[in-house]
Design a binder for this molecule. Structure first.
Ligand SMILES: [Zn+2]
Ligand SMILES: [Zn+2]
Length: 231
């Protein structure tokens, strides 16, 4: 591989990573966890904002409010809690079934994927124009990270580390032991504890957007109690 190919690949990946991380952080804050008054504005034009309303419902209401109420690693406190949510989702028809199939919004699903991926797409022609084919390949690899992490990594961030090691496929388990993914797990724990910060799975954007909150001794103590790694 020539130096210019490697250079373009690296530049494309670095640019794509920056865009992916910033947009993930911003979309998570302003769409997935949008405040109620924003949702009220969307609801005036329900057809236009349908996908945003659905994404916010599945993430903010189902993932943050209706599940993991006891703690970060316990999805339901009882069968009756799960049944009550199933009932609510059944009333929402097809979207409710999609949410159930995604293990209650733990994995990326349906319109959620669209909302995550669509804002990233303008970066592709821009890279093709400036860095050519290899740069575009590097950029696309980085842009694929937010949906990939949401789908394949996020479920294991809601498990004690030892359980994640047992249940994750071998490659995922290897990744989860690395520094980057251990930091991701801590960041995600912090997001569930303090909803207004730590939006990233693709790390970096929160820091640049001043939305990063570092864990205190008490946060770390709680993580340790739940069996999450804090090193
Ligand atoms: Zn969230
Ligand atoms: Zn989560």
């Amino acid at each position: 591989m020539s130096l210019s190919v490697l250079g373009n690949l690296t530049c494309g990946f670095a640019g794509g990573y920056l865009v992916a991380s910033l947009i993930e952080s911003a979309m998570h804050q302003h769409v997935s966890d949008a405040p109620k008054k924003t949702v009220k504005r969307w609801e005036r034009f329900p057809r236009l904002f349908r996908y945003l309303i659905r994404t916010r419902y599945s993430h903010h209401i189902v993932h943050h409010r209706r599940t993991f109420k006891q703690d970060h690693i316990t999805q339901f406190r009882s069968m009756s809690e799960q049944e009550a949510l199933d009932q609510e989702l059944a009333d929402r028809g097809r979207h409710g079934r999609i949410i159930q199939r995604s293990s209650y919004a733990v994995r990326l699903h349906g319109s959620g994927a669209l909302v995550f991926v669509a804002p990233l797409l303008p970066a592709v022609p821009l890279t093709a124009f400036t860095l050519g084919v290899w740069g575009t390949l590097g950029c696309c690899a980085a842009l694929a990270l937010p949906p990939l992490f949401s789908h394949f990594i996020h479920p294991f961030l809601h498990m004690p580390h030892s359980k994640a090691m047992r249940e994750a496929p071998r490659l995922t388990a290897w990744l989860l032991r690395r520094w980057y993914f251990r930091s991701m797990a801590r960041n995600h724990y912090m997001h569930h504890r303090y909803l207004a910060s730590n939006f990233n799975l693709v790390l970096g954007g929160d820091v640049l957007r001043r939305r990063y909150r570092s864990p205190t001794e008490s946060d770390l103590g709680e993580m340790q109690r739940l069996g999450l790694r804090i090193d």
